[in-house]
Ligand binder design. Structure first.
Ligand code: CAA
Length: 379
């Protein structure tokens, strides 16, 4: 067993850290306050290769392994979790699924610009009445011979307002249940495709989250991903990888908050000495550090299994549930270590605590991750 990162992986980590510190940090609070999408920074992420990291270079990607992707996401999430989710969705939920299940023509037309960062994508599974219960799709894609007619509403779509390309899950044949669901590529600007309201969120406020509406939207059959009825499995398989990305985002939030708390504890004095010299604070720091390391190794294991071509549903679910709960706990402790300063915006940790909460909800709630794990160990 080797715990060392390769030269290439260390270089990716450093490049992501450098980008996050130089380009994301200075106005992270401002973007959070005004829910401002980091347009300029997303463009730069594309140019630096962070939006299609694992895609084959033949389609404009970086051809990197999942560990490198996790390392980059952690560094970006340490500074700005909103930028991290924009990146995670494009890499894991959009590019990965297109590369694995798309046709040659779909890869040329859609994957290439997405991997190069010339276009941005979103993944549309959740609906007003179908979140955890993802097979209950109300959006329909009625078969009209050479095309589908799509009707319905998708909710809480990350990158919903800024995406050029949407991967949309919809029910074609209700009698077939989840085997009658399809995944379709729908371009922004297609008639009947309307971007709905932007959500005013607790955290990850500078990522744009929208509802999307489809009204008699005509989608060519050429834009179906995989065989007829494969859409639900496409969504589930794609989410397995997405969960590694969100786990890495959670890890970044936790380690960013921990590093801030550690630094602050060495500077702030109380009762005549730095608070880091009080055991009450030392024990908090020790627990934060230990939990972060445990989360890190669960994530690396899931990423390793994915790269080895093994089944990684269970390890991705374990990584996500653990890392997201660690992120919530660590950020709460980081606010506590900062005391009153932790409760105001300037010190970043209150933003991190708000950002952490969503990692327990999206791409499968903690309850869904436990369900996936329980089914796997009991099968
Ligand atoms: N990979 C491939 N196929 C899978 C799979 C996986 N990981 N998991 C299940 N399947 C297949 C099953 O084999 C089954 O197929 P067969 O019947 O042919 O064998 C089919 O899918 C249905 O599976 P289940 O019977 O297990 O389905 P279920 O109704 O019990 O639901 C669930 C399973 C795990 C609860 C699933 O519905 C789920 O993951 N729900 C959560 C959805 C979710 O994560 N939503 C997040 C929204 S996306 C988002 O947040 C994006 C964003 O913008 C950030």
């Amino acid at each position: 067993m080797n715990f060392d990162l390769s030269e290439e992986q260390l270089a990716v980590q450093e490049a992501a850290r450098d980008f996050a510190e130089k380009e994301l940090l200075h106005d992270a609070i401002e973007r959070d306050t005004h829910s401002k999408f980091p347009e300029k920074q997303v463009k730069m992420m594309g140019e630096l290769g962070f939006l299609g990291m694992m895609v084959d270079p033949a389609y404009g990607g970086g051809g990197m392994d999942t560990i490198s992707y996790v390392l980059a996401l952690e560094e970006i999430a340490k500074i700005d979790a909103s930028a991290a989710v924009i990146m995670s969705v494009n890499n894991s939920l959009v590019c990965w699924g297109l590369e694995k299940y798309g046709t040659q023509a779909q890869k040329e037309k859609y994957l290439k610009p997405l991997a190069l960062g010339e276009k941005l994508g979103c993944f549309c599974l959740s609906e007003p009445e179908a979140g955890s219960d993802a097979t209950s799709q109300k959006t329909t894609a009625i078969d009209k011979g050479d095309h589908y007619l799509v009707n319905g509403t998708k909710n809480w779509i990350t990158n919903g307002g800024s995406s050029d390309i949407a991967l949309v899950i919809a029910q074609t044949d209700a009698d077939k249940g989840h085997r009658g669901i399809n995944a379709l590529i729908i371009e922004k600007g297609t008639e009947g495709f309307v971007v709905g309201k932007k959500e005013d969120k607790m955290g990850i406020r500078s990522s744009d989250t929208h509802s999307l509406m489809f009204s008699d939207t005509k989608v060519s059959k050429e834009n179906r991903i995989g065989d007829d009825g494969h859409g639900f499995k496409f969504a589930m398989g794609t989410l397995d990888g997405g969960r590694i990305g969100i786990a890495a985002q959670a890890l970044g939030i936790a380690s960013g908050a921990y590093e801030r708390a550690l630094q602050y504890s060495k500077e702030r004095k109380a009762f005549g000495k730095e608070i880091s010299r009080h055991q009450a604070i030392q024990f908090k720091l020790a627990d934060m550090h230990t939990k972060i390391e445990a989360a890190r190794f669960l994530i690396y294991k899931a990423a390793f299994e994915k790269d080895q071509g093994r089944n990684y549903s269970e390890s991705a679910a374990m990584a996500k549930v653990y890392a997201s709960e660690v992120a919530m706990w660590v950020t709460t402790q980081a606010v506590q270590v900062h005391g009153g300063y932790g409760y105001v915006k300037e010190y970043h940790v209150e933003r991190m605590m708000r950002d952490a909460k969503i990692t327990e909800i999206y791409e499968g709630t903690s309850e869904i991750q436990r369900l996936v794990i329980a089914r796997s160990i009991l099968k």
